[in-house]
Design a protein around this ligand. Structure first.
Ligand code: S3P
Length: 433
């Protein structure tokens, strides 16, 4: 295990940053390009470890994929061109790769095996294997197919109407992708709207997909056509720098080309409701996805209550929102966020334990956490537990800590934001130029 000293006691952050490509959109661009007939080109791709795992899995199924930095070219014969892989498909740390790829494999008339890392092995897969079996796929795996390793023999699937018990884009997407390769119509209904990149991007690849309230339907047998995808910056990566700008004194940070899909912008609403001085400008659209530039300056913040339907729109931002709440006057409550327990780590436990080490007044609840601010933070030896978002949140917390801090297992950050520390350095150094 490696340990890295964190920069502490920063008096100002300044500058303009282009955050890396959106992780959810990058995964989908590679997967849909791999099952679309013809050529797909992707710009702004996130070359993080998770998305590289997706590329490696589809290469093992015979798809031609060339990736150089944030540029990717895919050449595919379409979904029927996917070949039975000789090797095991290793998804690394990526839940999105596991669940969306399961949806595709469920309809393929061949055998495949999925494994991932220690964290993936703990994440619930029954939420997709159960409906995919209902559609007719043969899936087995540890604990009766609830966990990886999983083995799949797909083909001969039929569309279903599925009421998902969780507002999960991964579950919704897996079933819709299976629906695309099945007979008849597939409809997924979710309890609250989760991110809708799959719906938007399937349309960009030429599919006919319809929405009615919280239900989405797709007709099987449609052929996707290769296209050009421009991936916007990841609002979930931007969130770390937005919070840094709000809590570090004398700061002004501008972030360019950030994805502003309304199913992802809960963090913007929370920052505004807490009183952050945040400006959204240059609003535009690419491939059906809204984009904007954002500027934030150091802000006086107040505690708020966060729960209900906003939760799926900020689920990945809760670790950094917890830090934000430590610097807000009064009480912040985060509720209805049980899903945090099944992310890369149990993020209720890891956020609370690590922020407590730094002096935060924070308590876990059954479905979230309660934070009392404003509390000065101190340095500590903290741990990412192999979770990229926990690692980045702690590095931002250290910026306002008065004493020395170190982070165990910082390499996890490369999963979604490979140049995170370079960007932080740029914002710190800017003051000395
Ligand atoms: C994702 C969906 C969310 C999110 C994850 C990425 C996606 O997970 O937390 O980081 O790309 O579809 P769930 O679908 O499990 O909520």
């Amino acid at each position: 295990m490696t340990t890295q000293p964190l920069v502490t006691n920063i008096t100002s952050l300044n500058g303009t940053i282009q955050v890396p490509g959106d992780k959810s959109i990058s995964h989908r661009a590679v997967m849909f390009g791999s099952i679309a007939k013809g050529k797909t080109t992707i710009t702004g791709f996130l070359p993080g470890e998770d998305c590289l795992s997706t590329i490696s899995c589809f290469k093992k199924m015979g798809v031609t994929i060339n990736q150089e930095g944030d540029y990717v070219e895919i050449q595919s014969d379409g979904i029927n061109g996917l070949k039975e892989p000789f090797e095991i498909l290793d998804v690394g740390n990526s839940g999105t790769t596991t669940r969306l790829m399961l949806g595709i494999l469920a309809t393929r008339p061949f055998h495949s095996v999925i494994i991932g890392d220690e964290s993936i092995a703990k994440r619930p897969m029954g939420r997709v294997t159960v409906p995919l079996r209902q559609m007719g796929a043969s899936i087995d795996g540890r604990n009766n197919g609830k966990y990886t390793p999983l083995s799949i023999r797909g083909g001969n699937t039929t569309g279903i109407r599925y009421e998902s018990p969780v507002a999960s884009a991964q579950v919704k997407s897996a079933i819709l992708l299976a629906g695309l390769g099945s007979k008849g119509t597939t409809t997924v209904t979710e309890p609250a709207l989760s991110r809708d990149h799959t719906e938007r991007m399937l349309a960009a690849f030429g599919a006919n997909i319809t929405r009615e309230g919280l239900s989405v339907s797709i007709e099987g047998g449609q052929e996707l056509k290769g296209t050009t995808i421009e991936v916007p910056g990841d609002i979930s990566s931007a969130a770390f720098l937005l919070v840094a700008g709000a809590i570090v004194p004398n700061s002004k940070i501008t972030l360019k080309n950030v994805g502003m899909n309304p199913t992802r912008t809960g963090i913007i609403e929370v920052l505004k409701r807490m009183g952050a001085d945040l400006v959204v400008f240059n609003e535009r659209t690419a491939n059906g996805e809204p984009i904007a530039d954002l500027t934030i300056v150091t802000s006086e913040l107040k505690g708020i209550d966060i729960g209900g339907d906003i939760i799926p729109t900020l689920i990945d931002e809760i670790p950094i929102i917890a830090l934000l709440a430590t610097q807000a006057e009064g009480k912040t409550t985060i509720r209805d966020a049980e899903e945090l327990k099944v992310k890369e780590t149990n993020r209720i436990d890891t956020v609370v334990s690590e922020l407590k080490k730094m002096g935060a007044n924070i308590e876990a609840t059954d479905d979230g956490m309660v934070v009392y601010g404003k509390e000065a933070l101190c340095g500590a030896a903290v741990e990412s537990y192999g979770d990229h978002r926990i690692g980045m949140m702690l590095a931002i917390a250290a910026l306002i800590a008065k004493s020395e801090a170190v982070l165990h297992n910082p390499e996890a950050i490369a999963v979604s934001y490979p140049n995170f520390f370079q960007h932080l350095d740029q914002l710190i150094q800017h003051n000395n130029i």
